[in-house]
Design a protein around this ligand. Structure first.
Ligand code: FE2
Length: 390
């Protein structure tokens, strides 16, 4: 008989009720880098973990347990490749100290597809995790929604039908129609392959999904989107249809949890991988190749703090409280549209009390002034940005 484990449920839904910290991680696998990432993640004591796909990488292991960078290449002449299921057990045992205490919500990545005999797919993914499918009326393990306090999370499937005529899209329309922003002021969406990534790896791979669904999410004022897949970090500016838009979501890629594949380093706009431009696009705010995770802290109806480690000089993420000493985190303050921003000054004082304070006049906290006060110091990798909603 196993030990009894306990976990704390999410706070009741409401505009002033939020989990303290939400950890976001993707593309974990099980490597030394995974060990480092999950160790740092646990030191941040999250109340909820969001896993944005590509979990165990069992499909990159031969049936004798040996790792292969390309399983299908190793068995090029067979249409179906049995994945090495014990890797799921290894991964589960490794994660047990965390997930036996903290709720984890997961969405499927391409490595969970695991095509097996009888055209079975996603068997391990769908059976090893619990999904609020009935509760969110999706009846699917591939897309569902849930509330965590005043945040409504939408988890979408990128490897099933996402077109407007399909079940997922119709469910998404129904789910979004039911969202009451007075109860859940924040709307956060998640799926595995990013729509807005400027790395050469997987560049515009999810374009068809974006074409099908972007307008619906935009019209429903999604605040933040988390994805993985690209093994690096990137945060966008608010964007819609590749154009800066103050009402568009901020897209964040955190596909850098660990895993046995290579990191994404070249950008699409560099000479070796040039597609359309020769510079970082305007919608790309910050990109950094490193392993790590991020922490989302929604403070109230109007403010949330996102922090994510950037490797910089080789130091990975530390705890939230010593991170400022490490000079290698990105801090991003996201604000809801159409709200006053008077509390911003106090938020910064509360969170970053050790930093130089502003003049006290909240109106000075424009982007320019924030950069003046705190420094857009790219060498230190520490940023303070505010998106203005006018
Ligand atoms: Fe992936």
């Amino acid at each position: 008989m196993s030990n009894v484990s306990y976990f704390k449920t999410m706070p009741v839904s409401g505009p002033r009720s939020y989990p303290r910290r939400i950890a976001v991680v993707g593309d974990t696998g099980l490597t030394y880098n995974t060990t480092s990432t999950i160790g740092h993640l646990m030191s941040n004591s999250p109340d909820l973990v969001l896993l944005v796909g590509d979990v165990s990488y069992a499909n990159l292991y031969l049936t004798n347990g040996t790792g292969a960078d390309c399983y299908s290449c190793s068995f090029a002449n067979t249409p179906i490749h049995e994945t090495y299921q014990p890797r799921w057990d290894y991964w589960g045992r490794f994660m047990q100290p965390l997930v036996s205490k903290v709720p984890i919500m997961v969405v499927e990545g391409n490595h969970e597809l695991e095509l097996q005999a009888g055209n079975m797919t996603f068997a391990a993914y769908s059976s090893r995790f619990a999904f609020p499918s009935e509760e969110s009326e999706s009846l699917s393990t591939f897309y569902y929604s849930f509330n965590a306090g005043g945040i409504h999370f939408i988890m979408l499937g990128a490897y099933i039908d996402y077109n407007k005529s399909g079940d997922q899209y119709k469910w998404l329309e129904r789910d979004l129609a039911k969202v009451d922003r007075k109860v859940t002021p924040w709307l956060v969406a998640t799926w595995h392959p990013p729509w807005y990534s400027t790395y050469k790896a997987h560049y515009r791979e999810a374009e068809c999904m974006k074409v099908a669904m972007e307008e619906l999410l935009y019209k429903n004022s999604v605040d933040l989107v988390f994805s993985g897949h690209v093994h690096a970090y990137e945060r966008s500016n608010r964007v819609y249809n590749y154009t800066l838009d103050p009402c568009g979501p901020v897209y964040i890629t955190v596909g850098d949890g660990g895993n046995r594949e290579k990191m994404a380093i070249p950008h699409a706009d560099e000479p070796a991988g040039r597609f359309c431009w020769d510079r970082q696009p305007d919608y790309s705010a910050l990109r950094e190749t490193s392993f790590g995770h991020g922490i989302l802290e929604v403070k109230n109806e109007t403010h949330a703090l996102w922090s994510c480690g950037v490797k910089g000089k080789g130091v990975l993420i530390g705890t939230m409280h010593n991170a400022l000493k490490e000079d290698n985190r990105e801090y991003f303050v996201a604000r809801m549209p159409f709200h006053a921003y008077k509390s911003l000054f106090f938020l910064l004082k509360e969170e970053e009390g050790r930093l130089k304070e502003g003049s006290g006049d909240v109106d000075v906290f424009t982007l320019t002034n924030i950069q003046h006060l705190f420094g857009p110091d790219r060498k230190r990798g520490l940023f303070y940005l505010i998106i203005e909603y006018l």
